[in-house]
Design a binder for this molecule. Structure first.
Ligand SMILES: [Zn+2]
Length: 145
């Protein structure tokens, strides 16, 4: 997974230079506001996928808008506007059996088929410094789940 703003050309795959294709998908994000961490599912077409390799480039501005908008619409979550988030992975809707697609994802009988992203190291480091180093480490994330 790459953030679009870490790439010189966000229309091309950073590994094989194929032209990326935008697709609508559901993602699981972890939002951190102060000490609170909330996981949130969002569906959008801000992900551009490489047809040749398992690369996805996420539009950072798009995700920031989407996540910020959802937080704003839910004042009862009591999350400040000053939040940071990570996109944990993509929900593989195709893996949900057809007779279960009407059920809410994440219930006991219908677990979320989450495909976790691998982070490109430089991208991770870069975003870490931008957010003042308050991103979740992998360990923290696992503990909260
Ligand atoms: Zn590629």
């Amino acid at each position: 997974m790459f953030w679009s703003d870490s790439l010189l050309n966000k229309k091309k795959c950073p590994l094989c230079h194929s032209t990326l294709e935008n697709e609508y998908h559901h993602y699981i994000t972890a939002i951190r506001s102060g000490k609170e961490i909330t996981t949130l599912g969002v569906g959008n077409d801000y992900g551009a996928f490489c047809p040749e390799c398992p690369v996805v480039v996420l539009d950072r501005k798009g995700f920031e808008r989407a996540v910020g908008g959802i937080v704003k619409e839910n004042p009862d979550w009591k999350m400040s506007v000053d939040l940071s988030f990570v996109v944990i992975g993509i929900v593989n809707m195709d893996a949900v059996p057809e007779d279960q697609r009407h059920l809410p994802l994440g219930s006991d009988s219908n677990p979320i088929p989450l495909v976790e992203f691998l982070r490109e190291i430089d991208t991770a480091n870069k975003s870490k410094s931008r957010h003042g180093g308050n991103r979740l480490s992998g360990n923290q994330r696992r503990r909260r789940r």
